[in-house]
Design a protein around this ligand. Sequence first.
Ligand code: ADP
Ligand code: MG
Length: 728
Amino acid sequence: MATLRFKALDEISRRELIETKLSDQKISGYFGADVFDRETMRQYIAKDAYESLCNAIDEGRRIDRKFANQIAQGMKTWAMERGATHYSHWFQPLNDSTAEKHDAFFEPMQGGGSFETFKGELLVQQEPDASSFPNGGLRNTFEARGYSAWDPSSPAFIIDKTLCIPSIFIAYTGEALDFKTPLLKSLQVVCKAAEDVCQYFDKDVKKVNVTLGWEQEYFLVDEALFLARPDLMQTGRTLMGHIAAKDQQLDDHYFGAIPSRVLEYMKEFEEQAYRLGIPIKTRHNEVAPNQFECAPMFEEANIAVDHNTLLMTVMRKVALKHKLRVLFHEKPFAGVNGSGKHCNWSMMTDTGVNLLAPGKTPKNNIQFLTFFVNAIKAAHDYGTLFMASIATQSNSHRLGAHEAPPAVMSVFAGSTLSDMLDSIEERVSDKKMTPDEKTDIKLDIGKIPDILLDNTDRNRTSPFAFTGNRFEFRATGSSHTCAAPLTVINTAIAEELIQFKKEVDALIDKGVKKDEAILQVIRKYIIASKKIRFEGNGYSQAWLDEAGKRGLESIGSIPEAFTVFNRPQYKELLTKHGVYSESEICARYEINLEILIKKIQIESRVLADMAANHIVPTAIKYQNVLIQNVQGLKDIMPDEYMELASEEIRAITKIAKYVKSIREHNRQMIDARKKYNNTENIIERANGYWDVVRPIMSVIRQDIDKLELIVDDELWPLPKYREMMSIN
Ligand code: ADP
Ligand code: MG
């Protein structure tokens, strides 16, 4: 009998609910308790140092070195009062994880004794031994000095008795080796561009922030089953497994009652999230069995990105306590929905106005339309880059399937706003408008909020959908960082806003009135970006055909998607605004290829091992049972009855056929790996893994899944889909 699987099933049947003891306090009573936020800073830092820090946070100014010591001192006191013994710079290297290197506050003294210390210079900069992070050749190993530098705009926090200091991570030579640095640069560019455009409408606006609200999807699987699946353990997804008879066909999981075990888990990670200042608002079941989602209240984008990465770490840890494993992989199970991470994007002024929310007056609404149309134009001009920004090996299983964003970029505006854009296109002209025409159109624009209220149409098949007061970018993978797409979206929108302002100013200089000039450029942008707008079903073949006719690009493969960043027009966009340097783009291209190769290599090795050492021996064992049986029948039955054993003989033959095919393909796959491992050129190597190794993996999987249907259930060594997809 397949011991591990049945042990696991037995263990699960005896699981007891692990209850979460929640604090007696209201959530607002402990929200942010483990965060060094402004309130706490004020208490622990002297006034002038505090003000210098606030300036750094609000205006991106440098902190005077002389204050760094005082700030570090304050942080240390606060952290030690909460039991912290260590500190660590906390950053996001280019491999979808977070990195930390803990150092103790404790320091022994010469001649005996010891004390706790934390100096300003250690707060500002730390030099982890960083030679093993992906660097795309930017940093020679013998000169392995990447360093992390404090990002004061994201508050420090305590986790597991360690004071964590959000940081950027850069090579000694100055290039960014993380996701945060380019994100911060892109935020600076887009915020400045938006602030400038806002001046047309409200001179009081001094600061604009990008707001991000992410929605995190994930799967849960029982720990015992997880441990019995080498593929889940090592690759985060199942490389084999026949689909269950019942999975999501009945739509009975989506928004259903949350299973008690899962609820206890959610309660616990949410409580930790609240202590860390992560404002989780919603939790619910998702479409696939065992798939769930959580989403916070939106926040300033840099903080929201940090909170998402931090929460993923917390969720992983808390799952262990509940004897669960959380799967952030985009497609852990074939045949059911995968997981994404929707990024809801908008901008907010320091006067409290959401720039993508229709307002109450025509003036407010022209401002809204300005930002709305510029975002659409950004998606039109740089849509391929948007899609390239979320292209990863694991997300490739989702893209283009009928569950996630289609491979072609489009924007959903909703029928009300679509009509409004059409009407502006028709009624505004480059000629001077009469006062009546102007009043009419402004009146219509003024009506937007009323009509939007009843206009609840939601299009779930659009990769970039306007959802009332924000754009929702749905293509990001669940395991990926929001920073990757956000960096591109911010920069593209910044570019549009800057051009927009130039064009409006040029018209004003020619004597056109400001409001007319704005409407004229809006109209121009509406026309220029028309082909990206699509209101229908983004999954349909009809749309793919239509998109082809419109000349919209669909990215073929992931290695190809990586090359999009190297196209001159996109390179120009990113370097012009200082978001990436030329060498950073090159390095990232190499890193992306490298990660793709390694991930497929790992999957392929795990698959080969499981096929040869788990599946084939099991199949042969069962085949022998059948052979023995047929042999026995032959011994006791007259020849003319042997026809009755024909199905059994067929099963024996089928097993032999699948086993042979698995073995042959395994050999082919290993040979292909060998060949491409020895290919010097990294692009050819990546293409080889993508075009040759990957398809062989699917053939092997198909054969294994067929065997799963033939072989005696008692012998099958791996937990089956139906077992992994129900949590009790
Ligand atoms: P849905 O599933 O309908 O998209 P959710 O409630 O799951 O809705 O998620 C909506 C997300 O959008 C939340 O994270 C929310 O904070 C975010 N959001 C709402 N308004 C804004 C905004 N102005 N800017 C950015 N994100 C926003
Ligand atoms: Mg959503």
